[in-house]
Ligand binder design. Structure first.
Ligand code: ZN
Length: 261
């Protein structure tokens, strides 16, 4: 279904994928027929959206209710000084279309919540969490487990990043690992403690790579593993986890509907 062959221009655009072993035309066609939802058009969402667009993911959905602020530009590289004050999703769409007109961009100019997230998530093949707060991360996990959608979790703070890929009901979910959100204000935010801008690029590109691997069906995903890095020492570690049979989200008595956070 969908796109079955490449135009001459597409063959040039994706030439480095087409010659890439284990990717090739088959992988490129899979990407062009894929739909990925990016939640958050900020520090993580910027490199994620740019690389997925450049790679030729056919449909990219972007959800964010914020507008571009001057303090965003230190790391949110999809936006420009020219777009200050513009809704982030529109600024992101403008940049994606300039990069690759093949991509169909669907914008959601609001924050995803309990009332709207499920209907949106259901439209996509893969979801990427590029949010900056625990409530959103748990909500995305709940929604992806309920809708049975694979997704990439990501978080950054100071000089650190962490990410894992979740295939609901097959690999450990975010709640298998972290159970529930920490008490409000017990963990500082990027706004309070700061974050090195390039950390967002390091982590976001890993998340984009996981999405591409999942979509083309090649490689070993970061499932049942949390990848953590500390850019001060440049140490990367993988911590293994298993599904928790009693997980309140994906366990045998797991949630049947979305919860409030
Ligand atoms: Zn779970």
């Amino acid at each position: 279904m969908g796109i079955k062959e490449l135009s001459k221009i597409q063959s040039q655009r994706y030439a480095r994928h087409l010659v890439l072993k284990n990717f090739g035309l088959e992988g490129q066609l899979k990407l062009l027929n894929s739909k990925v939802l990016i939640v958050g058009a900020g520090g993580l969402g910027s490199p994620i959206a740019l690389y997925l667009a450049a790679a030729g993911v056919g449909t990219i959905g972007i959800a964010d209710g914020d507008e571009v602020d001057l303090s965003n530009l230190q790391r949110q590289i999809i936006h420009s000084t020219e777009e200050l004050g513009m809704p982030k999703v529109l600024s992101a769409k403008k940049r994606i279309k300039a990069l690759n007109p093949d991509v169909n961009v669907v914008t959601y100019d609001f924050f995803l919540d309990k009332g709207n997230i499920l209907d949106i998530v259901k439209e996509y093949d893969f979801v990427i969490d590029g949010t900056d707060n625990f409530e959103s991360k748990f909500l995305i996990n709940d929604a992806c487990v309920l809708a049975n959608k694979p997704f990439s979790h990501g978080g950054i703070l100071r000089f650190n990043g962490q990410t894992m890929t979740i295939i609901p009901h097959k690999s450990a979910c975010y709640a298998c690992v972290f159970d529930s959100p920490p008490p409000k204000d017990s963990v500082p935010s990027c706004k309070i403690t700061g974050v090195l801008g390039s950390i967002a690029g390091m982590l976001g590109t890993i998340q984009a790579t996981e999405a591409i691997k999942y979509l083309i069906g090649y490689g070993e995903l970061l499932t049942d593993k949390l990848l953590i890095f500390d850019a001060v020492s440049m140490d990367f570690d993988k911590v293994s986890f298993q599904r928790n049979p009693d997980c309140k989200v994906c366990g045998k008595n797991g949630i049947k509907e979305l919860r409030d956070y």
